[in-house]
Design a binder for this molecule. Structure first.
Ligand code: COI
Length: 355
């Protein structure tokens, strides 16, 4: 994919950079932002000229629809630096298309390619010193859109703000990830917004996630809302299960996010000759496999989480621990995707895009 440059984009540079104050070795996820942000408003039925300016708070009306009705969507992406100091994005076209699918589902205007992709290119280029070399170092990119039109009538806004903010990041999870299988709460329902990357999909998880965390679990594996018998997605990640030498993951649906890392791992597994199935994953079969020892691995996959092994899960008050493996397929796939992202292996898929 060629990155489109926006026709016009104003840049107001920060007077000084905060970069020297940042401890890049000890980053907790998503707390530090670079010197600039991109802002582009939608008004009177059209997108205005984007501007990149110093990162700072901004004012919006207290009645803005984002506050009252949660009309907000986002994407998660990363930039990587290779050993030659070149900076790369990973499958930005996927995020661009998914962002606009989320926009339509939330009755928001689509963002044109020159603003989304061209804006990313311009701001990442401007902030390239924030992308550090070395495996594990990334610049997390957060494009998002909020409804800024005022008035508490429950209707879609007529004014929107698209923004891109950037945060240097290493790992999302610190330490082991244990999960609990949802038996009561649900993340999404058929006909709902589960497949959109809508802010409300995440805040709806906060309460059940808090209950899970109080019991010592980092995440919940969501089950289908109708029967709670099928395993679907884990909070911030898609989820994969390895039974003997076969990996299975739920097919994307209107309840499940079409993850970019998810689809990349599936393609990589197929290339490596690993058996991988996209099909319903039944809670019963995973519990049975955990009991008879054929369940070898569970792992989450997402932009922020990359590939995160899960050490055990709880279901119906029983905790099942997973074996510690020498030949982890999760770790193998993580290595393969990482090598492509950092340009340490040939990108035969054409996934990486140079800034
Ligand atoms: C990502 O993986 O980029 C996400 O958007 C998940 C987010 C909750 C950190």
């Amino acid at each position: 994919m060629m990155l489109k440059t926006p026709n016009e984009i104003d840049i107001v540079r920060a007077k000084s950079s905060k970069i020297t104050e940042v401890d890049f070795e000890n980053l907790s996820f998503g707390n530090i932002f670079t010197d600039h942000m991109l802002v582009c408003d939608f008004k009177n039925g059209k997108w205005e000229k984007p501007i990149i300016k110093p990162y700072e708070p901004f004012l919006i009306d207290p009645s803005a629809k984002v506050f009252h009705y949660g009309q907000a969507i986002f994407e998660g992406m990363k930039a990587y630096k290779d050993n030659q100091d070149d900076v790369w994005l990973f499958r930005p076209d996927e995020n661009f298309h998914r962002f606009n699918k989320s926009a339509s589902r939330m009755a928001m205007p689509e963002v044109p390619e020159d603003i989304f992709i061209g804006g990313l290119k311009t701001i990442v280029d401007l902030e390239r010193d924030w992308v550090k070399k070395g495996l594990g170092n990334t610049l997390y990119l957060r494009p998002f859109m909020i409804a800024i039109g005022s008035g508490v009538i429950a209707q879609p806004s007529t004014q929107y703000r698209f923004m891109i903010i950037l945060s240097p990041a290493r790992s999302y999870y610190q330490g082991e990830v244990k999960v609990i299988i949802a038996e009561h709460y649900s993340r999404a329902a058929n006909g709902g917004i589960g497949a959109a990357k809508a802010a409300g999909n995440y805040s709806a998880q906060f309460y059940p996630q808090k209950l899970a965390q109080e019991k010592g679990f980092q995440q919940i594996i969501w089950t289908d809302d109708a029967t709670h018998t099928k395993l679907e997605e884990a909070g911030t990640m898609n989820v994969f299960f390895r039974i003997n030498d076969t990996i299975i993951t739920a097919p994307v649906s209107e309840r499940i996010l079409d993850g970019v890392t998810r689809k990349s791992l599936i393609a990589l597994a197929k290339r490596e000759g690993i058996n991988i199935e996209e099909r319903d994953v039944l809670v019963n079969e995973i519990v049975k496999a955990a009991k008879d020892g054929s369940l070898k691995e569970i792992f989450g996959a997402g932009t922020a989480a990359v590939v995160s092994p899960i050490v055990g899960f709880q279901y119906q008050e029983h905790y099942y621990e997973l074996p510690k493996l020498e030949n982890s397929l999760a770790m193998h796939l993580k290595e393969e995707i990482t090598k492509i992202q950092y340009k340490l292996a040939d990108d035969t898929f054409g996934w990486t895009v140079k800034i």
